[in-house]
Design a protein around this ligand. Structure first.
Ligand SMILES: Cc1cc2nc3c(=O)[nH]c(=O)nc-3n(C[C@H](O)[C@H](O)[C@H](O)COP(=O)(O)O)c2cc1C
Length: 176
């Protein structure tokens, strides 16, 4: 099995917006799913469900529900991450929104593990929650948190970039 060095994964992960149609091998998907399963969550509640959508018709509908971001439909699979308020939250100042943190951590595992497998993702937050729930039969008390295509990039998408704030704007020591 090919494994990438962790910092290489982090540096070269990009939001991929152009995909080939071939389905990744099952072993690669299994490793990505295992990385998601291992993610930490508040009090280990794991308030999540990750739906892998491969059906062409459902993917077409998902594109429409994500403001017609067409690249989502190019990928052979779309991952839809759902979460719910489990109702107890030790020390949680975030109240019933804690699951957003939990799902975001797990989805970060997903995008990084996918990159390590040579697979592209793009965290999509611009979607209509209620119709996506209806399409995928998500229970009423759950919410959709993230949508992402999953597949091999069409072009060499994994380029290093420094489109980020400089360190002195985002880190400080001892005080804000
Ligand atoms: C919460 C969140 C929502 C996002 N929503 C979208 C989206 O709806 N469509 C899209 O093309 N990219 C979306 N992105 C991707 C960002 O634009 C991208 O991560 C950012 O520009 C940095 O680029 P990079 O991921 O290639 O490093 C989203 C990213 C995050 C974290």
């Amino acid at each position: 099995m090919f494994t990438m060095e962790f910092y290489e994964v982090v540096k070269t992960r990009r939001s991929v917006r152009s995909y080939r149609s071939e389905m990744p091998p099952g072993e690669a998907l299994d490793r990505v799913m295992e990385a998601v399963r291992m993610a930490p969550s508040g009090s280990n509640r794991q308030p999540w469900r990750f739906i892998l959508v491969t059906d062409a018709e459902k993917r077409r509908k998902l594109v429409a529900l994500c403001k017609n971001q067409g690249f989502i439909g190019e990928a052979p699979a779309v991952v839809v991450a759902c979460g719910f308020d489990v109702g107890y939250n030790r020390g949680g100042y975030m109240g019933d929104k804690q699951f957003l943190v939990d799902i975001s951590i797990a989805f970060t595992h997903l995008v990084l593990a996918a990159r390590a497998e040579g697979l592209g993702t793009c965290w999509v937050g611009d979607f209509e929650n209620a119709p996506v729930k209806e399409l995928l039969e998500v229970p009423d008390d759950w919410d959709v948190v993230v949508v992402s295509p999953l597949g091999y990039p069409k072009t060499d998408a994994f380029v290093e970039t420094d489109r980020r704030k400089p360190p002195d704007e985002i880190f400080s020591w001892e005080r804000f």
